[in-house]
Structures are given as C-alpha cells and as structure tokens.
Design a protein. Structure first.
Length: 280
C-alpha cells in the first residue's frame, strides 16, 4: 500500500522548484541574510493580501503570541481565556508570561471556542481572549468581538492554522482571519497553510502604537539601534524564509482551494458512514 503524507511538502516544492531555487540562491548571493529586502517585501505583500495595516514578521508562531501578549502589558495573574482544543503553544505562552490560562470548551461542530462558555468564564481578572481558528475554520469572531467590547477585553487571534481564511460577518462583509481582533498571530511552520522551509511567524494589527511596540519587543526591546527601552526578545524571520514565503503567498488561495476540493471528496466518500461525523 502506498503511504500518503497528510501534507506533501516535497510534491508542493517540485511544482514551484524553479522559482524557489532562484529566490533562495538570490538571497545567498545578496548576503542580506537577516532583515534583508526580502523580509520587507514579504511584509508589504502580506499586508496587502490581508488588507491589514501592519505585519510584523518574527521567528515562529509561538513567539508571535508571546510578543503580542508582552505588548499588551498584561500583569502576572491576569486571566487569558483560550480554547482547550489547540496546539499547546497557545496556552504555553500564557503560562510562560505568568498569566493564568483559562481553558474553555470548543463547539463540537467547528472545533472553535464556544462563545457562551467563553462569556461564562469571564471574571474581573480577565484581560484577553485568544480564539483559535482551526483547520481554516474561523472562530465565531462577531460574537467574540461583541463579548470583548462589552467586557473591555483584548482579542488575540491565533491564526496559525487559518491564514487566508475569510470570516463572513452577518451583514455579508468579510475580513481575513487574524485581522479582526486587537492582534493576530500566525506560524509559517512548514506544514501550516502558508509554510516556509524552516521556522517563521508573523503578527498582524491595525493599531499603529501596538505595531511599533511589537516591532520593538521582537527586536530586543530597541526602537533605535543599541537603545534598549525595555526587555524584549530576539525574534526575526530570516531572509531565505521570507523569499520562499513571497512565492508561496502567491499560491496560498490555490492551495486552500485544493484542500477544499480534497475535503469535499472525503465528505462525499464518508457521508453515509455510521461511525464518521464531520465538522459543519
Ligand atoms: C503551530 C501552532 C502554533 C505555534 O507555531 P510555531 O511556529 O510552531 O511556534 C500556535 N498555535 C497553533 C494553533 C498552531 O497550530
């Protein structure tokens, strides 16, 4: 029996090999390995694609979440509500910053956070909500944003598994996943929807002040070289990864369409199977 990979990265590479090889060799020849022009170009192209004012590239999706939470100046003991069905990094970062993770169940049909349970979990110590968009499926952002506004909470969207997804509001308008809350975070780990050939991540926001703060935190807390205003982290996207991501971003919608075609095929094949239930 032939073994089928869930994500066939080699097959995907072979289709865009010429472009990728050229881009990678171009970066090597340029010697601008860190924060080179490719990183800036990728940032701009992702801002355009997402219709988002600021994209801050960083080293991975976990760092993206960490930098976002550091920028919001949350205090130890503050409560951050997130979904109990996600990759560990979401809750790990909350704990790392000495904040209190409050886990809330997901909805069986979509695997995204249950807004009613979320609202019940809010206490006077709650400061932020981290909804996780999973498998390209967005959490119920309209409800979540109205709960957040009512209780004056930040919303950090974990978009590591849904970059490129359109969230549809009840009035028919759409917005890209990760650009609806206060901050959006994503990962470019190779097997994610938009993956590079190593580690990578990015943070999104439409808020100018937060963008400046997050750029500073991701760069050792410095806004001017060698002037360190506060304690930050070292979280950079390298130029080779940015060059690869620029190419793959142009294919992202086609990759998502191909996944949807494959999902429809499985849905049809298992439609009447008594032991299989599928997300709605
Ligand atoms: C992958 C993932 C992360 C972490 O991203 P890394 O780039 O691996 O650090 C965070 N949240 C979710 C939902 C993920 O799937």
């Amino acid at each position: 029996m032939q073994k089928l990979a869930m994500v066939d990265l080699l097959g995907q590479y072979e289709k865009i090999k010429t472009e990728i090889d050229q881009a990678v060799l171009g970066v090597i020849a340029s010697s601008a390995y860190i924060n080179g022009p490719e990183v800036k170009s990728f940032q701009k192209e992702l801002e355009t694609y997402l219709h988002c004012k600021h994209v801050i590239p960083c080293a991975n999706g976990t760092d993206a979440l960490q930098v976002a939470m550091m920028a919001l100046k949350l205090e130890p003991g503050d409560e951050v509500i997130t979904a109990d069905f996600t990759y560990a990094a979401t809750a790990e970062v909350i704990g790392l910053l000495r904040l209190k993770p409050v886990l809330v169940d997901v909805l069986p049909g979509t695997f995204t956070i249950d807004p009613d349970a979320l609202e019940r979990a809010i206490t006077p110590k709650t400061k932020a909500i981290v909804p996780v968009h999973l498998f390209g499926q967005c959490a119920q952002m309209e409800r979540i944003m109205s709960i957040a506004q009512k209780h004056n909470l930040y919303v950090i969207e974990d978009t590591a598994q849904a970059i490129g997804s359109d969230y549809r509001f009840s009035n028919g308008t759409t917005q890209k996943a990760g650009t609806i809350g206060t901050i959006g975070c994503t990962s470019f780990f190779p097997s994610k929807n938009l993956g590079c050939y190593g580690d990578g991540g990015a943070i999104f926001t439409n808020d100018d002040d937060l963008a400046a703060r997050m750029r500073m935190i991701a760069n050792h807390g410095q806004s001017v070289q060698y002037y360190h205003d506060e304690i930050g982290v070292n979280s950079r996207l390298d130029s080779i990864q940015a060059a690869i991501l620029r190419i793959k971003l142009r294919h992202l919608d086609a990759y998502a369409a191909a996944r949807n075609r494959a999902a429809a095929y499985y849905d049809k094949a298992f439609a009447n199977h008594p032991a299989a239930s599928i997300p709605v």
